[in-house]
Design a protein around this ligand. Structure first.
Ligand code: NAP
Length: 551
């Protein structure tokens, strides 16, 4: 239904829903709750999976866990929820996070408005009626005034780049699309390709039971200890006694965690003091070494060299064979310019007799064969191959939605040379579309549940503002978008990020434009900008009545 003539003979657009939400992970679940239960909108969520969870639904590989402390990596929107929920570990594993998201879905009665097993594959803006037509792979189309994308940043695994994958006679598993928790590696000959965060988590677990595990490493990573363990009741009580302040402190921190020890410069202190600081943060675990040691490590190559060298030394201490340690120790790119993985016992795994490191930088994989993997200088036989080769990050999930904006403009064409957004949340030419943790927002450099809440709250506030004024259409201006893109790129150019081929730069996908996909100015600066935009009546946006009023 697009338009009908009412009794007063004025055209009125009828939408099936006020809002469509895409995805039922952290973002989609909160968006549904916010829009439906707080704004009173009619909302439908489409989810490709058979249940809620998003990332935590699809990534059930052994060892998957969050790497921001669970008391922080969780929703803050409900005081009752955050008081009631008990995390069993400092950093919860995937099963517990999925349990949590299921609890949230039940607690807020969200499932009744989620359509599972249904992937959105087209979204077309109807300019005459000022609404989105959202189509699914099942062939149905619904209309809505607003679309909120919670499609995620790391939800489209990279297509395997190796010839012959389909010919392999054993099992092939992708860490980013792993639904079976019960794969038995006991006594099996296992290959794992990729040593990013997913690969490193999986390797530590699979090495416990595999008959033999061969780790195919192209680029070594700066992995540092997560220091996980049972949740400390004293820490939990202290956080729960002051949760509101803890969340406030998190939101005022670059990464969205309430860390307070960061010092200005690694170069302003003696080598001894620097070593003490690095040791303390290393022993504390989590991202404290990365984000709570020295502020200049992502900006100054000399400062970065100090921490990179420190991590290399620590790797050498943990690996018995100096030649293997040499291969595992990253060099040639600065620490933190690829997303740093956190690990448990990762380097010690390479001291086990059942684990071999294969350096595919010098001898690349040529193909996957019927029986295993062929590199430039050897053939290996396996029963199971695990691909931990990463994702088409940030833009990939949005490109899959088939988004077409005003005047038939395809998002894929508009973004042919890289994403262009205003605030990483909206796109000029694509009205009433909110990209939760979209490209050019802090997203993955901000504690994700909080980043998601901030974005959903922004969208909800904008919708409320418009409804209060009889307005229906919000759209970023081209000028504000151009300025935001330039601003985001200028900030990233002052960091060391552009030096490195990483998924942050789109450089992990052959042919993808090489451009920084993140806003690197930190969550506090970003939030202040968003607050200014709102305080100034949605500066940088046009707000209009619909051509055809909504009924
Ligand atoms: P990733 O960081 O992109 O790592 C992919 C790995 O596969 C890299 O080692 C890469 O090597 C290798 N690789 C890719 N294509 C290859 C090819 N054709 N030949 C050989 N090697 C290849 O992917 P990820 O490990 O899935 O992690 C992605 C992101 O997900 C993380 O950075 C993080 O943000 C998130 N994540 C978070 C957690 C958590 O604890 N919260 C856990 C897992 C993932 P090169 O480096 O040489 O390209």
């Amino acid at each position: 239904m697009t338009a009908i003539i009412d009794e007063q003979n004025t055209a009125t657009a009828v939408t099936d829903f006020d809002a469509i939400v895409i995805g039922a992970g952290f973002a989609g679940l909160y968006a549904l709750h916010k829009l439906r239960d707080q704004l009173g909108l009619s909302v439908r969520v489409y989810e490709a999976a058979s249940d809620v969870g998003g990332t935590w639904y699809w990534n059930r590989y052994p060892g998957a866990r969050c790497d921001i402390e669970s008391v922080h990596y969780s929703y803050s929107f409900s005081e009752e929820l955050q008081q009631d929920w008990e995390w069993s570990e400092r950093f919860a594993g995937q099963p517990e996070i999925l349990l949590y998201l299921n609890h949230v879905a039940d607690r807020f009665d969200l499932r009744k408005d989620i359509v599972f097993d249904t992937r959105v594959n087209s979204m077309v803006w109807d300019d005459d009626a000022s609404l989105w037509r959202v189509g699914t792979e099942l062939g149905d189309t619904v209309t809505a005034r607003y679309v909120i994308s919670g499609a995620g940043n790391l939800s489209v695994p990279k297509t395997p780049e190796f010839d012959g994958v389909e010919s392999f006679r054993g099992q092939v598993h992708l860490t980013g699309n792993w639904l079976d928790e019960n794969i038995d590696f006991t006594g099996q000959r296992v290959a794992i390709i990729g040593t990013g965060s997913s690969g490193i988590q999986a390797i530590s677990e699979i090495a416990k039971t595999a008959g033999h595990l061969s780790v195919f490493q192209r680029t070594p990573n700066y992995a540092t200890p997560i220091v996980n363990g049972p949740a400390d009741p004293d820490v939990i009580s202290a956080v729960k006694a002051n949760y509101a302040q803890v969340r406030e402190a998190s939101r005022n921190h670059f990464l969205g965690v309430p860390y307070t020890q960061v010092q200005p410069s690694a170069l302003a202190v003696s080598a001894e003091e620097r070593r003490r600081t690095f040791d303390e943060r290393w022993n504390a675990g989590g991202f404290q070494l990365f984000i709570d040691s020295y502020q200049d490590i992502l900006f100054d190559k000399n400062a970065n060299d100090t921490i990179a060298e420190y991590i290399r030394e620590r790797i050498h201490e943990r690996v018995n064979d100096p030649a293997v340690a040499h291969l595992l120790a990253p060099k040639g790119y600065p620490y933190g310019t690829k997303r740093p993985p956190l690990e448990t016992n990762y380097y010690e795994v390479f001291n086990q007799d059942n684990v071999t490191l294969v350096d595919i930088k010098t001898t690349p994989i040529e193909s996957i064969t019927e029986t295993g993997v062929r590199t430039a200088d050897a053939e290996y036989e396996f029963d199971i191959i695990v691909l931990a080769t990463g994702f088409d990050a940030m833009t990939g999930p949005l490109m899959k939605l088939g988004i077409v904006g005003r005047d038939g403009l395809k998002l894929s064409d508009k973004w042919a040379h890289g994403p262009r957004t205003y605030l990483g949340l909206t796109v000029s030419g694509f009205p009433n579309l909110f990209l939760i943790t979209g490209p050019q927002s802090p997203s993955v450099l901000y504690n994700m549940p909080l980043a998601i809440e901030d974005h959903v709250d922004f969208a909800a506030e904008a919708i409320t503002y418009m409804r209060d004024r009889g307005l229906d259409v919000i759209e970023a201006t081209l000028e504000s978008e151009d300025n935001w893109v330039a601003h985001a790129l200028e900030i990233s150019s002052k960091t060391l990020l552009p030096e490195t081929d990483s998924w942050y730069m789109g450089a992990n996908i052959p042919g993808k434009p090489r451009i920084c996909l993140l806003y690197v100015g930190g969550a506090p600066a970003y939030r202040a900008t968003c607050d200014d935009v709102v305080a100034n009546g949605y500066a940088g946006f046009t707000l209009d009545r619909a051509a055809v009023p909504v009924s």
